[in-house]
Design a protein around this ligand. Structure first.
Ligand code: CA
Ligand code: CA
Length: 76
C-alpha cells in the first residue's frame, strides 16, 4: 500500500510538471558531454550497466544525441 501511495504521488508530481517532466541533465564540468556522475545527478538510478547501454558508441561519455535517444527509448 505504501509503495502504491508513493507511486501515485510521483505520478501526480509528473503530471504537475507537464512538459518539464523530463529531467534536465547538467554538463557540470562543461566538457560538452555527460559523464556517469552528471547523469546520476539527474537520474539516480543510472549505474554502470545503464550508462553503458546509453553510451551507444562506447566512448565512455554520453552526448546529447545519446541522451535524447535514451529518453525516447524509455531507458531514462
Ligand atoms: Ca560533462
Ligand atoms: Ca558516447
Amino acid at each position: 500500500m505504501k509503495n502504491y501511495v508513493v507511486a501515485f504521488g510521483l505520478a501526480l508530481s509528473g503530471l504537475a510538471a507537464g512538459a518539464a517532466q523530463a529531467q534536465t541533465v547538467t554538463d557540470t564540468d562543461g566538457n560538452g558531454v555527460y559523464s556517469i556522475e552528471e547523469l546520476k545527478a539527474a537520474y539516480p538510478s543510472v549505474d554502470a550497466a545503464k550508462f553503458a547501454e546509453i553510451d551507444q558508441n562506447a566512448d565512455g561519455s554520453v552526448d546529447a544525441d545519446e541522451l535524447q535517444a535514451a529518453i525516447e527509448a524509455g531507458k531514462l
